[in-house]
Design a protein around this ligand. Sequence first.
Ligand code: ATP
Length: 445
Amino acid sequence: MSEKTASNPGLMEKIVSLCKRRGFIFQSSEIYGGINGFWDYGPYGTALKRAVEQLWWREMVEKRDNVVGLDSTIISHPKVWKASGHLDKFGDLMTDCRNCKARHRVDQMENPAVCPACGSKDLTPPREFNLMMKTYVGPVFDEEHVAYLRAETCQPIFVDFDNVRISSRQKLPFGIAQTGKAFRNEINPRNFTFRSREFTQMEMEFFCKEEDSMQWYEYWRGERIAYYKNCLGFSGDEIKIHDHETLAHYAKAALDIEFKFPFGWGELEGIHHRGTWDMSRHGEFSGESMEYFDQDSGKKFHPTVVETSVGLDRTILALLCHAYAEEMAETKKEGVEEDLRIVLRLPPELAPVQIAVLPLTKKLADPAEKLHRDLRVWLRSEYDLTGSIGKRYRRQDEIGTPFCATVDFDTLNDGAVTVRSRDSMSQERVSMDQVRTYIMERLKR
Ligand code: ATP
């Protein structure tokens, strides 16, 4: 992955500033000076995050008969991480600059002999660093009670394979999906939420026969690309596939789906052929058989796994980068103080606010509040009475609201409102009892 070069740093600053200003994402523990690599999602960020997670779940689980869900704990038996290889191998090489004290991941340095922060060549020799976060379970804080926060959500999926398979009566091929928090003690968290120490993953492990596995790998590659294009609206220029040249010894293939962030191309999702590695390792370390009995052939074997693994936070960041736009208004309209329009062109289905109900004046509050109450049962609706109408439109543009319904004095006579579209800025008169249908039809992609 090539997250090294800052190709459009100005844009990144604007996005970070909008995220704070409008309550999408801000530094965790800010009043204490913040904590590096941890981010909080504010009201609009939370709404967006839930919508994206729900979309992924619908596309990967609810729309499929052969994928089922799991919600496992963050802390598992420590042997899980021994078996997975995380305790022995999951690390990066790091080096410290003796001159400016910056710490770097060696694989991310343009030249491993030169500090990218200050140019000094006075660097410590590279040393291994394990990324697992440690804690203790129980009242005694000694080595016997050490446990780890999961570094990926997929390991419990392998461990729970039989419990899930038997209770859901699934047969090969089928998948198990899980979304949830993962923790990595990243050496150098950076690029806003792109590399965090606490983040959310959305993973699906697909269990199949070894002879069918490459076909499933190709299938999931196609499905995931279609998801980025059709559900998130990313263009062919914004995403690309990076096939891994070097593979783990057990894997037949692996690729990253990369997004063109303002700081360069960065991994959004990994699609990995994991062979039988995880299942056989957990079999070996637990002493329990992780084999599958195939009734058709009468054979027992370890299922082969194809994984799709994406970060929710990176998806949100990609969506914000994709959606952010600045436009110069052609004419200065009444109530609009600046000519620059900042707009987030989020897919309407995912926007934190899908419809904003705006009464022109306080006198129109009653019908406007009623409309808002009716709409919010079905849609993410927001009611806003403060400031000039132009300012309210701009505020909604900035948080990506696709539609605003303005209640004006004509509403009292014709029972209709003016619906303004974020993208075309066109305005249409829509009867109040039709607003819901009007918006819902336009939410579909
Ligand atoms: P990278 O090379 O960027 O460190 P990785 O190859 O270690 O990533 P995976 O272990 O394949 O990543 O994790 C799957 C997905 O989880 C990634 O594609 C990414 O979207 C997300 N992810 C991984 N690490 C982080 C992190 N530190 N912060 C935010 N998201 C992450």
